[in-house]
Design a protein around this ligand. Structure first.
Ligand SMILES: *Cc1c(COP(=O)(O)O)cnc(C)c1O
Length: 262
């Protein structure tokens, strides 16, 4: 492994980050235990769910701390160049998730990252094809999630929950030998999570669950995963069957406002 030009961790920062990760991990485990107690149907899902630490705009030294001192391996990034830079600097056994908006002209760059674990935002046949074409056949298959626009908001990317999602899933399974269809992903609407506060279900998550069953029955498969839940709603998402939560600010602290260029 190459030596990493990652800045030495500040001990105060280490303490804060390790504490935050440990607290989120306990909450994930508790929510997951509650589901196992309640719901037979979810027993086939990975338990506890995978916790993806969303490190976008945070320094590589933050990731290094959680890698080294907490043994954490799954990290999520939104911007291709930032992911390429961090993947080059940080240990090769980190399992990266790309969770940002996916552009066709960036697919080959992403697929060339050997330790990219999953692209969570595939929303078109063309992008699946480009990822597949660019993936080295000697490497392990690249996991993909299909992003579904469960809220129907025009501002959100992702495919419509019905036939469009089935069609892209079928293409990946039948035509993309270097990709593995791991599951479906939604960003969902925080407003709906808030509205669903009192024991009600978040409709976005319900829609993703239904779409998973639709895809599984249409394709004659099962065991697809669900990537849903972020800092504000990961416990609810787990209770509704999430197997992969993407948590940023609850671990790394608030992010600066997004640059308009993104
Ligand atoms: C930024 C981001 C997250 C993490 O958001 P937090 O609210 O900070 O947990 C999760 N998923 C996606 C797709 C994101 O862009």
């Amino acid at each position: 492994m190459a030596s990493h030009p990652v800045a030495v961790a500040d001990p105060d920062r280490s303490k804060v980050l390790l504490q935050a990760l440990s607290s989120v991990s306990s909450r994930v485990a508790a929510a997951s235990a509650a589901v196992v107690a309640l719901d037979d149907q979810s027993k086939s899902n990975p338990r506890p769910p995978r916790l993806v630490a969303v490190s976008k705009v945070k320094p590589a030294s933050d990731i290094q701390i959680l890698y080294e001192h907490a043994g954490h391996r799954h990290f999520g990034e939104n911007y291709v160049q930032e992911l390429v830079d961090k993947a080059g600097q940080l240990p090769q056994d980190i399992q990266w998730h790309f969770i940002g908006s996916l552009q066709s002209n960036k697919c080959a760059t992403l697929a060339a990252i050997p330790n990219l674990f999953a692209v969570e935002t595939v929303d078109a046949v063309k992008k699946a094809r480009k990822l597949n074409d660019a993936r080295n056949e000697d490497w392990q298959k690249l996991n993909v999630f299909i992003q579904v626009n469960t809220s129907g908001e025009h501002s959100k990317s992702g495919l419509a929950p019905g036939q469009d999602t089935v069609d892209v899933a079928r293409y990946i399974v039948n035509e993309c030998g270097r990709l593995n269809l791991l599951g479906l992903m939604t960003i969902g609407s925080i407003a709906r999570s808030n509205a669903a506060a009192d024991g009600e279900q978040n409709e976005d998550f319900t829609t993703l669950v239904k779409t998973k069953y639709l895809v599984e029955s249409e394709l004659g498969m099962n065991g697809l995963e669900l990537s849903m839940g972020m800092s504000q709603d990961f416990e609810d998402a787990i209770k509704q069957g999430s197997t992969n939560v993407r948590v940023g600010s609850e671990i790394f602290g608030a992010r600066p406002p997004r640059k308009t260029a993104d």
